[in-house]
Design a protein around this ligand. Structure first.
Ligand SMILES: *[C@@H]1O[C@H](CO)[C@@H](O)[C@H](O)[C@H]1NC(C)=O
Ligand SMILES: *[C@@H]1O[C@H](CO)[C@@H](O)[C@H](O)[C@H]1NC(C)=O
Length: 564
């Protein structure tokens, strides 16, 4: 039973997508039939992406039946669904979509649209059971129970999961922080219990399929297992059940009682899920789904969005966040990164000015002379034990030229961003909150993204800022004109170190006294966002990482002695 896999890369709409073609474990048989069932309520923000991912699944569509039930909407969910049905449904074996527009926007006992009231639970329990019974009724081999805000970015997900031949399998979905679609522990009242097993699975330190007490949100059920007939979402149908009126808890407890194991699988990056909304959160709904897409982008994964569905995506208005200017430093030849970042900016509504970076590859002796660049003679990369690379010099010059621009034009407050970053969920909200907190404080620079080296020793300044200690990276920082002046006054070009070493030198937290002594005025007043607001898309050395600074060739400009 050989599982053969071929990797085929295709260039589609200039977005490179790599598909491995996966064969069914039972080579002589057709792929099993799958009923994909989806409940929709107010999912206009996610549906364009959800449906694009669905259409993008690499699974024979004539082996798929789609069942969707949509009601209690106050947004355009039904229009999007109907549009998708018109354009994409003919490929499937069958598509059953019910859009019930006769329902109100809320259940009678709901306090707000996001409130989980008794009637709402009852309704969802009934609909999930209907979905399960629908799949049984059409003799589907599998039913894939999906929430409409799941972003299934791995097109081969169904093939991978089906080949595992598990009774119940859920793809682990990546979200913000510690949220995901599984539990590793359940307490005596059937609620979530934190256990030690959770994190290693969540962080994919351990990889595979794990037997857990709860999976939800995206669950593949093998209906060919005899015992699967006992599965139910209705609490009253679960023997000896004393738990809450809750569909997923009843289902999980019922499965265990019937001796059916459920597994969470994290062997691939299968997909993403926004953090669930709390009661009354609805205004942030739009930003939240966009922010999960930031996470998707952060993993270097392109989220599909079909042209026909893009018109339903509502992008926020552009803003400079109250700053004078926002710059993104990007090399002209790094088009792909630029495109990904510009898509992020569009999705967040950030009005960012592109700043063309100085390319280390084109750093000639003339350029070095023009800026009168001399490397700090004793500089040596503390990690790799090697001198500065051309890319690092180009990078420094790029930052430096922005500092000059700030001073020449008297920009009051500027945000500098590098081009390999992704934003935390609710970035704009958190950024503005931080800026409000520190507006009356005396500072020159605020990091919003860096590599923290001594986390527990940093002292808090406000609720969301600390005093940074020695750290690496310059992913993003806010700079006042006063800060730009100090950075230039340090005359860094005549004793060059990488820019992420220069900043800690200038706020006087650099541990290497031999370098520090070349910079007598170390009075930069630095703060850092805590927690940080941007993270690198890929860490150095990680798969898929291309760095403009780390991989370029080592320069040895004439007259500079480099000690290795
Ligand atoms: C639509 O919703 C109403 C109220 O819940 C219900 O009575 C009716 O049966 C539903 N219609 C369909 C087609 O599901
Ligand atoms: C270049 O730097 C050196 C040493 O720092 C200095 O002596 C010289 O005047 C500088 N030249 C220019 C053109 O700025």
């Amino acid at each position: 039973m050989a599982l053969t896999m071929r990797i085929v890369c295709v260039l589609l709409l200039s977005i490179p997508l790599c598909y491995g073609s996966v064969e069914y474990k039972h080579e002589l048989q057709k792929w099993p039939t799958v009923a994909i069932t989806v409940l929709v309520r107010n999912k206009a923000n996610s549906l364009p992406y959800f449906l694009s991912c669905l259409s993008n699944l690499d699974y024979p569509k004539d082996r798929i039946i789609v069942w969707v039930y949509s009601d209690y909407n106050s947004d355009k969910s039904d229009d999007i669904l109907n549009d998708w049905v018109d354009k994409y449904s003919s490929a499937y074996q069958e598509v059953h979509i019910t859009t019930n527009a006769t329902t109100d926007v809320m259940h009678e006992d709901q306090e707000s649209i996001t409130h989980w009231s008794v009637l709402r639970y009852k309704h969802v329990i009934k609909l999930r059971e209907n979905a399960l019974n629908f799949a049984r009724g059409v003799w589907a081999d599998y039913v894939f129970m999906l929430d409409a805000d799941v972003l299934l970015t791995e097109p081969l997900i169904l093939k991978y999961l089906i080949n595992k031949e598990l009774p119940i399998a859920a793809p682990m979905l990546i979200s913000d922080g510690v949220y995901s679609n599984f539990w590793c522990g359940m307490d005596e009242f059937y609620y979530y219990k934190r256990t030690e097993e959770y994190r290693p699975i969540l962080k994919r330190k351990e990889v595979g399929c794990f037997d857990v007490p709860m999976v939800h949100t995206a669950v593949l059920i093998n209906l060919n297992f005899k015992d699967s007939d006992m599965l139910t979402y209705v609490p009253d149908n679960v023997k000896h059940y004393q738990g809450p009126e809750d569909d997923i808890i009843a289902f999980a407890v019922g499965a265990k009682t019937s001796g059916i194991n459920m597994y969470i699988c994290n062997d691939h990056i299968y997909g993403f899920i926004p953090v669930p909304l709390e009661n009354g959160d609805s205004d942030d709904d739009a930003e939240d789904i966009l922010n999960v897409k930031m996470e998707v982008l952060g993993h270097g994964i392109q989220l599909p969005l079909y042209k026909d569905l893009e018109k339903y995506v509502e992008y926020p208005a552009y803003t400079k966040l109250g700053l004078t200017e926002i710059f993104m430093i990007n090399l002209a030849r790094r088009e792909e990164r630029r495109a990904i970042m510009q898509r992020s900016f569009k999705e967040l509504g950030l009005d960012v000015t592109l700043f063309e970076a100085v390319d280390g590859k084109s750093l000639t002796e003339d350029v070095m002379q023009k800026y009168n660049i001399t490397l700090l003679p004793t500089y040596q990369d503390p990690y790799h034990k090697r001198p500065m690379k051309a890319g690092e010099i180009g990078c420094f010059l790029s930052h430096y030229l922005i500092w000059k621009k700030i001073v020449d034009n008297h920009y009051a407050v500027t945000l500098l961003l590098e081009d390999d970053i992704h934003f935390v969920p609710f970035f704009k909200l958190k950024f503005l909150r931080m800026m409000e907190e520190i507006k009356d404080l005396d500072w020159d620079l605020v990091y919003i993204g860096r590599k923290i080296l001594m986390d527990n020793e940093e002292v808090a300044v406000t609720d969301h800022t600390t005093q940074p200690l020695y750290s690496y990276w310059t992913l993003g920082y806010v700079l006042r004109e006063s800060g730009a002046k100090k950075l230039i006054a340090g005359e860094p070009l005549s004793k060059l170190v990488p820019v992420d070493e220069y900043l800690p030198i200038m706020f006087d937290k650099h541990p290497t006294t031999e370098w520090v002594r070349h910079f007598p005025e170390r009075n930069l007043k630095a703060l850092s966002a805590a927690p940080l607001l941007v993270h690198p898309t890929h860490y150095t050395g990680e798969e898929g990482y291309i760095s403009d600074t780390e991989d370029s060739s080592i320069v040895n400009p004439k007259g500079v002695r480099i000690e290795l």
